[in-house]
Design a binder for this molecule. Structure first.
Ligand code: ACO
Length: 428
């Protein structure tokens, strides 16, 4: 590709510098467009728009490739741990043993919350959605860590990053505990990050939680698979909120709210609810797929389709393998898994899904695993959040380190009324 693309409209001609990618799509830099032409671009849903240059995550949606800092997701999922991946995302390189040990120690030292945070969590009604509780918790965390709020001080940014990662398992577990009305537990320094999270969620003062290494391993993998996914809706939200110099806590809390929607992270809850409803109503998979294809029904096949992946979602492939192993452990049967497998097969062989390149995404099988582990459906997206936090932090920090950074402020094309005079009430 040449170094410039030529844009021509009426008597204006403009050279658009081509921004070279190390992998994937190059881009046209249109930053001079408005000042030189007086016009803006329109791109609903940002389908064609890159909001930044990034070195964190690479996706090739046509080939089903996902890499963090260049490392294939398959290798990280098999060989790494969640905190190692968190370090990789935030600091750019795999840590040495010493650096990793220090990182784990620093995170573990920040797992306990200010005691008053427990009071805050007690205020939520039973049945409050855990994503609402989590977003409030992250916002409140900033008020308890006021010496970590200066977004221009690298030490404070570092401290806020550790504080957020350390507090997240406790905040997420407390969101669960408050939704089921059980007493909160305290984190323990002798346990790993994931072990602590599970014990905080399922331990009670009456009976300690017996940690199952298979469940710990599954969560290490699941959290790694969710840890980053370039400029998706919640990550873009985090970067956008951060662009106003709002605190890291405020930015992460905004990310939680963006992730909660059923078209994004909330899809894992929606998938399980869809399968349970189909089971209850005895709807067979072919009938359901026919309903989904009928646009008038307003029904979508949840856990299917992706803005970027048009071949397969590599995370879904790995998770499907884990779901099969975990849910069929010791020869058990699982009717929801059988239904999901059948639904996937019917959809993948249907012309509607083939022509639109719709495949199972990360959320299609995760809910089945979470349900088998004892979590209620409305909690699943909080588990996604736990995994995604290091990616948000890495993206926020990358945005702040960018010398060309500006507050995010899109333009619009106004298509409303032109100027008109105020009409008095008795004349309307
Ligand atoms: N079920 C039925 N039809 C679908 C689905 C689906 N799950 N997904 C896309 N389509 C159809 C659309 O109706 C559209 O059809 P058309 O060309 O006849 O109008 C076509 O496929 C293209 O879909 P878009 O909605 O234009 O794709 P977009 O990139 O905007 O949306 C999204 C992607 C939001 C993920 C969409 O596929 C969807 O809603 N999926 C279900 C929800 C879901 O699983 N979300 C989780 C995504 S992964 C994540 O965020 C972690």
């Amino acid at each position: 590709m040449t170094d410039n693309a030529t844009f021509k409209h009426e008597d204006v001609e403009l050279q658009l510098p081509v921004v070279k990618a190390s992998n994937g799509n190059d881009g046209y830099n249109i930053s001079q467009l408005l000042s030189k032409t007086g016009n803006v671009t329109l791109d609903p849903g940002f389908v064609n728009t890159a909001s930044c240059e990034s070195t964190i995550t690479f996706i090739d949606g046509n080939e089903g490739i996902l890499r963090y800092r260049g490392y294939p997701i398959e290798q990280l999922a098999e060989k790494s741990t969640f905190l190692e991946v968190a370090h990789l995302l935030i600091h750019g390189e795999l840590p040495t043993q010493d650096v990793l040990d220090t990182f784990k120690y620093d995170v573990s030292n920040r797992m306990m919350l200010d005691e008053r945070m427990r009071e805050l969590y007690r205020c939520f009604p039973r049945g409050a959605h855990p994503m609402q509780v989590l977003s409030a918790g992250l916002s409140a965390l900033g008020s308890f860590n006021r010496r970590t709020l200066d977004v221009h001080d690298p030490e404070q940014v570092n401290e806020a990053s550790l504080r957020l990662i350390g507090s997240m398992p406790t905040l997420a577990a407390y969101a669960y505990k408050s939704s089921v009305g059980e007493p909160f537990q305290y984190p323990q320094k002798n346990l790993s990050y994931v072990e602590n999270y599970l014990r905080l969620s399922f331990g009670t003062p009456q009976e300690d939680y017996e940690i199952d290494p298979a469940v710990v391993n599954a969560f290490e993998t699941l959290f790694i698979l969710h840890a980053d996914h370039e400029q998706n809706c919640s990550t873009s939200t985090v970067r956008m909120v951060g662009s106003s110099d709002a605190t890291m806590y405020a930015s992460m809390s905004a990310g939680v709210n963006a992730l909660s929607g059923p078209l994004h992270g909330g899809a894992n809850q929606a998938v399980l609810e869809m399968l349970v409803k189909l089971r209850e109503e005895g709807v067979d998979m072919k009938t359901y797929v026919a309903q989904v294809k009928d646009k008038k029904s307003g029904v979508k096949l949840m856990g299917f389709g992706h803005r970027v992946y048009k071949n397969h979602d590599p995370r879904a492939t790995i998770i499907k393998g884990h779901a099969d192993k975990l849910l069929r452990a010791s020869g058990k049967s699982n009717d929801l898994l059988d239904m999901a497998l059948e639904l996937e097969e019917v959809a993948l062989n249907d012309e509607y899904f083939i022509s639109r390149k719709l495949y199972p995404n990360v959320d299609f099988y995760t809910g089945l695993i979470y349900e088998a582990m004892g979590f209620p459906a409305n909690y699943f997206t909080a588990l996604f959040t736990l995994g995604r936090l290091p990616g948000w932090i890495a993206q926020w920090r990358e945005d702040h380190a960018d010398p060309t950074r500006k507050i995010s402020r899109p333009r619009q094309i106004y298509v409303g009324e032109t100027e008109r005079d105020y009409v008095p009430m008795d004349k309307r």
